[in-house]
Ligand binder design. Sequence first.
Ligand code: NAD
Length: 680
Amino acid sequence: MSASMQINGSLAIITIDNPPVNGLGHASRSAIAECLKIAEANVEVQAILVTGIGKAFSGGADIKEFGTDKTFAQPSLPALIEQMDAYTKPIVAVINGVCMGGGLELALACHYRVASSGAQIALPEVKLGLLPGAGGTQRLPRLLDMESCASMISNGQIVLSDNLAQSAMFDVYETDREKLLASAQDFAHSIADVRPIPRVRDRPANAPKNADLFAATRSALVKKAKHFPAPFACLEALEASLVQTFDEGVKTERAIFQRLLQSPASLALRHIFMAERAAGKIAGVDANTPLRNIKAVAVIGAGTMGAGIAMNFANVGIPVQILDLQAASLEKGLERIRHNYQSAVSKGKLTHEQCEHRCALIVGVDHYAAVAQADLVIEAVFEEMQVKQSVFEQLDEVMKPGAILASNTSTLDLNQIARFTNRPQDVIGLHFFSPANVMELLEIVRGEETAADVLATCSALAKKIKKTAVVAGVCDGFIGNRMLEQYTKQAAFLLEEGCTPQQVDNAIETFGFAMGPFRMSDLAGNDISWVIRKRRLAANPQAIYSKLGDLLCERGRFGQKTQAGWYDYQVNDRTAHPSELVNQLIKQHAQTLGVVQRQISDQEIVQRLVLALANEGRKILRDGIAARSSDIDIVYLKGYGFPMHRGGPMFYADCLGWDNVLNLLQQFQQGYQGGTWMDC
Ligand code: NAD
């Protein structure tokens, strides 16, 4: 049962009961419809109250039913809402908390609304590439000013009931949550006899105060929502509320909803929504696994990563010690942290007090015994196995029993690192991305012996520090960097075969990436990938790769930091200018290899780069490094700037169909010296 009814004198109180947020799944909808029928037939009942159990009125559609037949099974949400709108006795929505999406549409179809302070009100469908499809775009502007509607519906933001207290949305606004139901019952008695029953549909929609509202909102969206049709479609539906009757407007809304439902951007966003939820489930780790208590953290290494990592914990109030053996590095790291916080203050994102509080939570230390009592220690020292060995041996010696020992290594063998200790079950990889205080992705690397409670604790901690975590197995580069290697290899092959760096970058940026591979490499530093290539080549001298990146580095073209990389740069200017020298270098290199250069289409560039990612993703799945295909998408979306409206490399390949993908890979493979660079 997902809704129950209690009769209290002349009032019927229907309570939606589908934790955690009283989703309007099929069972809830059927139960509400059934309760309404019974209440209608009961001559004693004069008015109906609808509320939710716990802290939510209703969070809208039930995500467990997402994409299943149950979503549209009768009574569908629009049908239930019509039934409520046309009901012969007055219905009062008693909004006790979260009231979003279909939940808000249901409340809007009630004849009255009583809300408590602090209730979260939103129509967030746009975030899934949709619009409210059960009358929301037609009823909201009949209660709220059009400016608020345009902003709420086209960006899906949450508004607190307190900010709507003065609007026509609520008939009663109760500041004391404890008294909400009592106030609502008093109110219901007062309106029980009022006829005709007021219906939102009969009110006129509120015209915008600013005649330019729709044009201005559209032009503000052009850049922000370039690849997403939904925000524009939301405005289209709102405009319909002004010029069409309510019934026509609902039909328009329905037609737009159906159109958006099939749109590639919505399919991608819905895939991401489900993928984010799936990523939190770790194979072999029970959801009820007891967690270790993380009250104090230590970070080893105050370099680029260590400083950023430390900030994540201070941001949520966890004290962090930061250890570096070089006094100058430690000082520089602490200064960088303070500088970052101060610049947040100057941008108005942090108060001066918050800045001071967070800085005070991060304390520098210079010896290992000082960090012994930390519950979690994260190593972020140089990417060299001997250095990691010395750090982990010392940590093993000093850390208290039960402490979690984590490494931020990007490429090294975590199992080997774990074996430097006598407690491999407590060792885990926590691979942050740069800048670590900003990037949302966290790869949690599961070693052969990592204990379930260590995984569960780190997964919960990731949520606390507002990261999206994906669990990866141990291999060179884990999920993200292992795939990146194939992508950057492919980008360099494209140069050998006839592209320029700007052609490759422009093609993939038009596809939606924020930055193409060459601009990105110039930003990160070409010397970093050079070091990694050398190490990989030493381990596998037969590896096929393009030497172009090495040729650049041999000429000192490390990227923006040397004002020369794949492009040329001016001092203090990040604008990439095509380099004649690099273009000549590429041509000469192709001649040396005997490659006949050709014109390559943007479509081929995009497919080769994206399918290089997907093909490696397929192998990562095969090798058990990722638990599910959607985890790989999350890594690329949150850590590597893969365009959201494409849903991730695996989703892209799924949409193309893997038979087609493999055919394409084979075709591309034949193009280059008959080589086997894209082993499929
Ligand atoms: P970095 O060179 O900026 O900083 C390393 C710091 O470690 C230095 O301050 C150094 O003094 C200190 N250090 C070295 N040996 C030490 C020891 N024995 N004890 C204590 N401190 C010691 O390096 P980084 O870029 O911050 O990278 C650190 C780790 O993070 C590496 O494993 C790297 O692969 C990984 N990582 C880096 C990035 C990135 O983009 N930079 C991204 C993800 C992961």
